[in-house]
Design a protein around this ligand. Structure first.
Ligand code: NAG
Ligand code: NAG
Length: 209
């Protein structure tokens, strides 16, 4: 976590200042996310069902540009260069001391109308814990390092889906499979993660501006 990133986030996102007073009140609240996932076809394209219990806040920073994902916000490629900041809101008390697994999935690779490489895994990391009430902070290297969204130039925008699971003791130390043709639901089943606790998504256009 870069101090500058945190500072930038605090400036644009005043709710982080009182992050310990968690409540479902923002534009990415569970009920809103649940509906948005259905409307955008993420249910069933990525996961068979989505009943979030907490809110996943995603903020990208590039240079002085700081941009939040609000369930479908469109981003330019360059805005997604750096691994984003993740924050959780409305975390139930029994989950506050938990370890989390964070995943980013593209169900539209290489093209939404022919997603033969889907799901494309853009990130998978474990050992995330809550830091300062809301920010997710990892204490180990990614199992599958962040790959920047990069839909091919002739493609329509792709969806990028951010999911947070509760970590189990079964989580592997490495992943041997490639990023393409991943199945996050099969992964979650295999390692006893249970259903996703929350999620968010954005789209990335093929134009670089
Ligand atoms: C946390 O994850 C990020 C993104 O993969 C990575 O760059 C960083 O090195 C990880 N932190 C630790 C302590 O491994
Ligand atoms: C992904 O895994 C789930 C659970 O095992 C399975 O039901 C589903 O059919 C799989 N999806 C694909 C596209 O293989």
């Amino acid at each position: 976590m870069h101090l500058l990133s945190l500072l930038a986030l605090l400036l644009v996102s005043p709710k982080l200042v009182d992050a310990t007073q968690v409540a479902f009140k923002s534009d990415t609240a569970p009920a809103t996310a649940r509906k948005a996932f259905k409307d955008a076809g993420i249910v069933p394209d990525v996961i068979p069902a989505f009943d979030p219990v907490l809110e996943v806040d995603i903020t990208y920073q590039y240079d002085t540009n700081v941009k939040r994902a609000v369930l479908g916000t469109q981003f330019a490629k360059y805005e997604t260069q750096n691994f984003p900041l993740w924050a959780l809101f409305g975390v139930p008390p029994k989950l506050r001391g938990a370890n989390f697994v964070a995943v980013i999935i593209d169900p539209d690779a290489p093209k939404p109308e022919d997603p033969k490489n889907a799901q494309f895994r853009h990130f998978l990391g474990a050992d995330f814990t809550l830091w300062r009430g809301a920010l997710l902070h990892n204490s180990s290297a990614a199992l599958s390092e962040y790959v920047q969204p990069s839909p091919p130039s002739e493609s329509k925008p792709h969806r990028y889906v951010f999911l947070v699971y509760r970590q189990s003791e079964d989580i592997p130390k490495t992943i041997s499979s490639g990023n393409a043709k991943f199945n996050v639901t099969a992964f979650a089943e295999k390692y006893n993660l249970g259903p996703p606790l929350g999620g968010n998504f954005l789209t990335v256009s093929t134009q670089d501006d």
